[in-house]
Design a protein. Structure first.
Length: 558
């Protein structure tokens, strides 16, 4: 996985290569020579247009939440199937044993709620923190979005569930979304990296994309970096492939747990096997929402607005700080919560929390607990062939070849155009059936790992390697005790013939932060000699279009 490179040449190359890792929650970016990337909230707030009366029309208002809520609001009462799953899990935890063999005990949520209702609020400071002044600013990007006045700005998150956030509302067209990406990225380049946009023709760009990225969006992404931002060269790299480079692994089952999706695939020597790719349409953000639903049952004294980015970020910080996989922790735990929201007085809450802190991360293994927050159209998607969308400017596109060959036959036989259109529709439907498995039954994360490995017709040795090396990356699954818990789950379900000793689950790569693994892997790969074959020049993109993307893509991106 490594190559010898002259350190002076590598340093020079790395300083002129910018690596971008866009996500539903965060954008990570920086020079390939940087020890670690800059990380900001991947959002933009645009000042709202006011009517003649000086007030905003409701039709002009749009607020993307930090986590996708759809039409769902806070759940005051769990749906029956969710409540049944929660009670069953709580019973299992109550009958479990600690590591020393003693029984666990749990305090009912009603008792915890009674305590929290009587909890006192300590005023730390009555001086209300002032909001940042954005007068004269038409837009605000990154973490400053937390401080904008929601009455003055529309908030847009251009990435959702691992794909560009295309929707029917304001700013939801594909052109608007990529314009938002252009503004956010160019602002980061100029302000954070201190690189004038006019000089980007002397720089190269690497963009990390999800392993199941849509082909049309891949084309738009290269248009963004090569034509609109003006980089001299660029290439796209799948997140699972870059993860293996970031950890120095030749082969692994890669599990990328993001804020809004989980993806799994088997990777060997820089190739992600298409038949092994699985995507679950839930992630760390859905656990944040699940935490709030459980906290509401415990009568916590603070109020949360799920449409407010600051409030959701506050909940996410609570989740990362307090949630765990430790069976030895049981009973009520007193926690101190500091509330320092802009525009509000600073105060402190003392509250009790119980097994809710264990139930939340266990939702990844019991996804029925998420049905109250994950929308009903969440599906498991397996990419077994090319996606159903096709690129008209790529003469090697499978659908393009199929359509043109059919058209030639129809014209030779004197058939009418309507017959061709109907047959083309049937062709699109047949491709879609091989690509998607829509199901109301959400897979748990360990089930997705096993299904990904078993979907490949590997020889016994390679399948054994995939079972023996599972790599967890992304920022959505960083809980204490995760490694042993997941390792035990996988070991229990691994066929005996493929069991190895040790069966390794890597949750903390070399850099110690799984959220940065993909970015670091892309930075490493971009400086290797093998990367020379991947770079796409701006002139080549203008001349050849999507065809050159297919020819230069590592691991069969298209």
């Amino acid at each position: 996985m490594t190559e010898s490179v002259n350190p002076h040449v590598q340093a020079l190359q790395a300083s002129t290569i910018l690596v971008f890792h866009p996500g539903s929650r965060n954008l990570r970016f920086g020079r390939a020579s940087d020890a670690q990337p800059e990380t900001i909230i991947h959002a933009i707030a645009r000042r709202r247009n006011h009517g003649q009366s000086g007030t905003s029309c409701s039709k002009n208002i749009h607020h993307d939440s930090l986590i996708p809520l759809g039409a769902r609001k806070i759940i005051s009462k769990f749906p029956p199937e969710v409540e049944s799953a929660r009670l069953q899990l709580c019973h299992t935890l109550q009958t479990s044993l600690k590591t020393d063999g003693s029984p666990r005990y749990a305090t009912p949520s009603q008792q915890i709620a009674a305590y929290n209702k009587r909890s006192k609020i300590e005023i730390i400071s009555e001086d209300i923190p002032a909001r940042k002044d954005f007068n004269g600013r038409s837009f605000v990007v990154g973490d400053d979005v937390f401080d904008v006045d929601s009455n003055e700005f529309n908030i847009h998150f251009p990435w959702r569930r691992g794909q560009p956030n295309i929707h029917e509302g304001i700013g939801g067209s594909i052109s608007s979304v990529f314009t938002d990406l252009e503004v956010i990225w160019s602002s980061c380049i100029a302000e954070k990296l201190d690189i004038p946009i006019k000089d980007l023709k002397h720089y190269k760009a690497v963009v990390i994309v999800p392993v199941m990225f849509d082909r049309v969006h891949a084309r738009e992404m290269l248009n963004l970096v090569l034509n609109r931002l003006g980089f001299g060269m660029a290439f796209l790299l799948q997140d699972h492939v870059s993860a293996t480079f970031g950890c120095g692994l030749a082969a692994a089952t890669v599990v990328d747990v993001g804020d809004q999706k989980i993806s799994v695939s088997c990777v060997e020597d820089g190739i992600s096997f298409p038949q092994s790719r699985i995507e679950l349409k839930y992630g760390g953000g859905d656990l944040t929402l699940a935490l709030w639903n459980l906290l509401s049952q415990c009568a916590v004294p603070f109020n949360i607005d799920l449409t407010c980015p600051w409030d959701v970020n506050f909940l996410a910080a609570m989740k990362e700080k307090f949630c765990h996989f430790d069976l030895n922790r049981c009973g009520p735990e007193e926690q101190t919560i500091l509330w320092n929201k802009p525009g509000d007085i600073v105060k402190s809450y003392n509250i009790l929390l119980g097994d809710e802190l264990l139930v939340v991360p266990l939702s990844f293994f019991n996804p029925d607990l998420l049905k109250g927050s994950v929308s009903s159209h969440s599906v498991v998607v397996t990419q077994r062939a090319f996606t159903q969308t096709h690129l008209s400017d790529d003469p090697f596109d499978a659908v393009f070849i199929s359509e043109t060959s059919r058209r030639g036959l129809k014209e030779a036989e004197g058939d009418v155009e309507d017959d061709f259109i109907d047959e083309n529709k049937d062709h699109e439907n047949s491709i879609e059936k091989t690509n998607k498995i829509d199901t109301d039954q959400l897979l748990g994360i360990e089930q997705a790992i096993l299904q990904s490995i078993e979907s490949c017709s590997f020889n016994e040795e390679l399948k054994r390697r995939m079972y023996s090396s599972v790599l967890i990356v992304g920022g959505g699954f960083k809980f204490k005790g995760l490694g042993p818990w997941l390792q035990n789950k996988i070991s229990m379900n691994t066929p005996r013939i493929f069991k190895t000793d040790p069966q390794e689950v890597i949750t903390q790569p070399k850099d110690g932060d799984s959220a940065l693994t993909c970015w670091k892997g892309a930075a490493i790969l971009s400086c290797l000699e093998t990367a020379h074959e991947l770079w796409i020049k701006q002139s080549e993109w203008i001349t050849c279009g999507s065809r050159v993307l297919r020819e230069r893509s590592l691991s069969g991106l298209l």
